[in-house]
Design a protein around this ligand. Structure first.
Ligand code: PXP
Length: 250
């Protein structure tokens, strides 16, 4: 059964739209935990467009589940991670002009550099995960350079047409199997919703799903605690065969 990491960047997005103090991601993290979140995920961006240094500091002090820090592989971010000691660092590609993370890390093209970054973070006993596309070469390279966790990018699956979704799902299944047989531990996320999460949550070997946008959207309608609770139930107890046929609760 996969656990649920709730990405709360969007709460900070709303705050930053007015450059004010509310809504506060720190308070909301507590509500997410009360709803059943097994972890809280934040992305501290170079431009601090949503989560900022104050959020990171306070969340480190207050999160009682696990704090997963998404960040670019830059010297500034490594220094912050070593100082703050999150429970996990997830390295993601970052471009200023993107609205959200657009693709997985190009591990194969940056093996030497990423290896040294992973090594530095591992020396502080912080596990490092690499956000990668579900592609064999990226998995192999992740393992080679010392990563012991990957987060598989589910964006293509989430955005695929009805016709293409089975293929994208199969890619994630195969990548999970391949990663696990190498010894890599597997998380997944990006673009997952209340409608498409169950097929991914049913994949054996995925340990955690990181989900943000859809939960915050739902929270606007029904409140954060219940929005997390509903998602937790789907991740914990996905209906089998949800995507391509009649569905049955386990
Ligand atoms: N995983 C990673 C690496 C991400 O960058 C994001 C988005 O910040 C997510 C998961 C969550 O994606 P979404 O907000 O689409 O659920």
């Amino acid at each position: 059964m996969a656990s649920l990491g709730v990405n709360i960047d969007h709460i900070a997005n709303v705050r930053q739209a007015r450059l004010t103090v509310e809504p506060d991601p720190v308070t909301m993290a507590l509500l997410a935990e009360l709803g059943g979140a097994d972890g809280i995920t934040i992305h501290l961006r170079e431009d601090r467009r949503h989560i900022n240094d104050r959020d990171l500091k306070l969340l480190r002090e207050t999160v009682r589940s696990r704090l997963n820090l998404e960040m670019a592989a830059t010297p500034e971010m490594v220094e912050i991670a070593l100082k703050t000691k999150p429970d996990m660092v997830t390295l993601v590609p970052e471009r200023r002009e993107e609205i959200t993370t657009e693709g997985g890390l190009a591990v194969t093209a940056n093996e030497k550099y990423l290896k040294s970054i992973i090594h530095q973070i591992h020396q502080s006993s912080i596990p490092v995960s690499l956000f990668i596309d579900p592609i064999a070469e990226q998995l192999e390279a992740s393992w080679r350079i010392g990563a012991r966790w990957v987060e598989l990018h589910t964006g293509n699956y989430a955005e695929a047409s009805w016709d293409d979704q089975p293929l994208e799902l199969a890619r994630i299944q195969e990548a999970t199997f391949r990663a696990r047989s190498k010894g890599l531990r597997v998380n997944a996320g990006h673009g997952l919703t209340y409608n498409n999460v169950e097929a991914i949550a049913s994949i054996e070997g995925i340990e955690e799903l990181n989900i943000g946008h859809t939960i915050i959207a739902r929270a606007l309608a029904i409140g954060l605690r219940d929005a997390v609770k509903e998602m937790k139930e789907l991740v914990k107890n996905p209906r089998k065969e949800t995507l391509f046929g009649a569905s049955q609760k386990n």
